[in-house]
Design a protein around this ligand. Sequence first.
Ligand code: FAD
Length: 420
Amino acid sequence: MSPAPDTHVRLAVIGGGPAGLMAAETARAAGIEVDVFESKGSVGRKFLIAGKGGMNLTHGEPKPDFVQRYGSRSKEVGAWLETFDADALRDWARGLGVETFIGSSGRVFPSDLKAAPLLRGWVHRLRESGVRFHVHHRWLGWHADGSLRMDTPEGERAIRADAVVLALGGGSWPQLGSDGAWQPWLAERGVSVAPLVPSNCGFDIGWSDHLASRFAGAPLKPVVIHLRDVDGHEHARQGECVITATGIEGSLIYAFSGMLRDAVAAHGSTTIALDLTPDRTLDRLRSDLARPRGSRSMSEHLRRQAGLAGVKAALLHEVLDRDQFHAPETVARTIKRLPLVLKRPRPIGEAISSGGGVRLEAQDEHMMLNALPGVFCAGEMLDWEAPTGGYLLTACFASGRLAGLGATRWIDRPRENGTA
Ligand SMILES: Cc1cc2nc3c(=O)[nH]c(=O)nc-3n(C[C@H](O)[C@H](O)[C@H](O)COP(=O)(O)OP(=O)(O)OC[C@H]3O[C@@H](n4cnc5c(N)ncnc54)[C@H](O)[C@@H]3O)c2cc1C
């Protein structure tokens, strides 16, 4: 059902992702009439995709560590999590009949690992509570009189709202609905917006045809990444990554993707070093490789003495020339610090999430935009980022809840008139 032209609604939540739905649920629970407008034919499409490889809802680590995952925004996001944290999220899922468990990595999953039952149950509960859904309704910005421009199946409509929650998502996987088209509309209205950039993304390196054709998709594990951020601080961590046709991706790269992206932006490219044998010291490798080789090829010698084969051996070939490949000291050092030059992040459309967006300074502690009283923002469209591990969804839920509370407070405030 579409609202009639020039409809007046109480709270318009625009964007039916986890942040918008949580804002809708919170405001509705406080007795507010809520209309959710969603450009796609159904809500929560990215939430569903997030559940494809095992829905990672949140993380079980202690709160101080959890909060640090939001990097330079840990103070602000930490404040959001005061109202709704990982435990609250697990309780909320339980309220929908979905139990969760903490995996060996500390990540928290629904017991069936799926997103669909959770989303189905949630949307059902929202409808039952009286939240009205309007799919195929695409917000196009504001009319000069402050009403919302809404593209609907029946044509463009003007919608007035006492309060608006914008939960439009970032810029990754735009085919799922969050395309970042809102950036200029907010900027034109005086809202400070940092350009959306890829986060939790892979990077291009530019492999030889041989490596790309034979090893694209090959996992690289375990390895230790060594890198330097734009401020010159060194970072190292053990984990796993994956060789792609053009470069490298995977959880270890995603964990540092913000730093790597910023370093590429500052210097044109950035070099990481991979330790291909974290369990062998350089001295051990030296003595392993010093053993007599006999008539065996260097590749066979590497395999037998250093356990290096497959994609790891191919990477050595990739960075060393023929003479270097036959110099044991150079080979040993390169195994411990394989240099890879990252040329550019993969496009934002391929990234798991995005950084940039509405600057947190542009809104108050109730998530209301300073430049647009009565308009609240939540979720990934805000300027924060975090690695994969459930931190993204947790912050989306928490900020959505705060925006719902803020919008309720705004609508219920004592006033003469309060049209957003
Ligand atoms: C492949 C993949 C896997 C992921 N896995 C995980 C995971 O396991 N754990 C985790 O924590 N996070 C994961 N994420 C990230 C997580 O899904 C997002 O951070 C989260 O969905 C963002 O929520 P949101 O509500 O802010 O925005 P979105 O979920 O993007 O929702 C925004 C909604 O707004 C709608 N919209 C946009 N513009 C308009 C408009 N103009 N008018 C009307 N509607 C509009 C969109 O159609 C969309 O439905 C994953 C992401 C991807 C792509």
